[in-house]
Design a binder for this molecule. Structure first.
Ligand SMILES: [Zn+2]
Ligand SMILES: [Zn+2]
Length: 393
């Protein structure tokens, strides 16, 4: 039952997050679910990751990545987070590897004991701590594989597309698991051999002289990526386990976005190296300016020229708005530089379509530079009327 409640959270359908209102509450959800899971007496790698036993690879990756981000000790200072993180990493190490997973499915954890790449987690973990960069922009996660890089795609939108939202198809280029070697990086059919550089240890110890004495440091072996073994590299991906591919993605741009807003597409970034979890794709919006309407958050700014006569007597003017031409009432006695409000003619609030900003119209009163004879006569008459008026104290 727990597994099924988690799988809805991990569902790929819910993975498109608009960042201005990024729901941290579902991370919180994980914590709750997880704390229930670990109460179980017998540890089960599937329940540790909160997935069903028939979960596919992308689901495993996605579950691992989310949990790793939640429980990484750099991010989560709760006591016990470190242990949880180790358990999560342990579970992912096994379930992401077809061979280890099938052994685990048949014989349980005992079946995996003594295997070459099991054990030694504390040192690997320490290395992880040094490489993990907060919310993960592709740090080395563990020996041999690493999380895929996040990708950014800049999507240009017309002014009104951003105001009212639009559906757009984009094509991204990214690195995907190499189909030839199934992301392992090894030439199919080739045998792996013990790495000569590190003699199978996966680590190289180097000594650094510091003012406090000689400090020994363990580094991941560069020749085998810390795996302790090497193999003939796959021809297709040159041993990286990833190949370039393009993918079409449908972006539902919500109404009201502005330049710099972004949408996260979880796990749509580059594949991880050698089977590591994929990165995310961020679609960042860049909104083209409009020649007359200026945007100020959810409001639209516009300047309207009004003749001095219309300002005095009042009138109705046609002004451009995002909805097309609209009537603006200029009340009699309108003063220069006054701002008139056209309510709800602004930009919808993201994810709250019914709520809209306003259009704010600044009135620029135009005084004529030249008058014809008749106009001059009339105005002089006005001046005389004004002079004759009893001054009001
Ligand atoms: Zn390959
Ligand atoms: Zn090596």
């Amino acid at each position: 039952m727990l597994a099924s409640s988690c799988s809805t959270i991990f569902s790929p359908d819910s993975s498109h997050t608009f960042l201005s209102s990024r729901p941290h509450k579902d991370l919180y959800h994980f914590k709750l679910s997880y704390s229930h899971l670990i109460v179980r007496a017998q540890r089960n790698y599937y329940s540790v990751l909160g997935i069903a036993e028939d979960a596919g690879k992308p689901e495993i990756k996605s579950a691992y990545k989310k949990l790793a981000r939640t429980y990484h000790p750099d991010v989560n200072k709760d006591p016990g987070a470190e242990q949880k993180f180790k358990d999560i990493s342990n579970a992912y190490e096994v379930l992401s590897d077809d061979e280890k997973r099938s052994i685990y499915d048949r014989y349980g954890e005992d079946g995996l004991k003594g295997g070459p790449s099991m054990g030694g987690f504390s040192s690997i973990f320490d290395e992880l701590l040094n490489n993990f960069d907060g919310m993960g922009m592709g740090g080395n996660f563990r020996n041999g594989f690493s999380e895929g890089e996040d990708l950014a795609y800049s999507l240009r939108l017309d002014f009104r597309e951003a105001v009212f939202g639009i559906d757009k198809d984009i094509e991204i280029n990214r690195l995907e698991d190499c189909p030839t070697c199934e992301a392992s990086g090894a030439k199919p059919g080739s045998k792996s051999y013990v790495c000569r550089t590190c003699n199978g240890h996966g680590q190289l110890i180097s000594s650094i002289r510091t003012p406090f004495g000689i400090v020994q440091q363990a580094l991941s072996c560069p020749d085998c990526d810390g795996m302790g073994e090497s193999s003939t590299p796959c021809n297709k991906c040159r041993g990286e386990g990833r190949v370039k591919k393009s993918k079409k993605i449908n972006v539902k741009v919500p109404a009201g976005v502005d330049t710099g807003n972004k949408i996260r597409f979880e796990c749509e970034g580059n594949s991880g190296k050698k089977g590591g979890p994929p990165g995310d794709l961020f679609v960042v919006f860049e909104v083209r300016a409009d020649p007359v309407l200026k945007r100020d958050g959810n409001n639209i700014l516009y300047t309207c020229k009004v003749s001095y006569l219309d300002a005095i007597l009042g009138t109705v003017k046609k002004v451009p708005t995002v909805d097309g031409m609209s009537d603006l009432k200029i009340p009699p006695g309108t003063q220069p530089n006054v701002t008139l409000m056209m309510a709800k003619k602004g930009v919808p609030f993201v994810n709250k379509k019914s709520k809209r900003g306003d259009q704010l119209v600044k009135v620029q009163v135009e005084i004529p530079k030249k008058l014809n004879v008749e106009e001059r006569k009339l105005i002089e008459e006005l001046v005389n009327i004004d002079k004759a008026r009893v001054p009001s104290s």
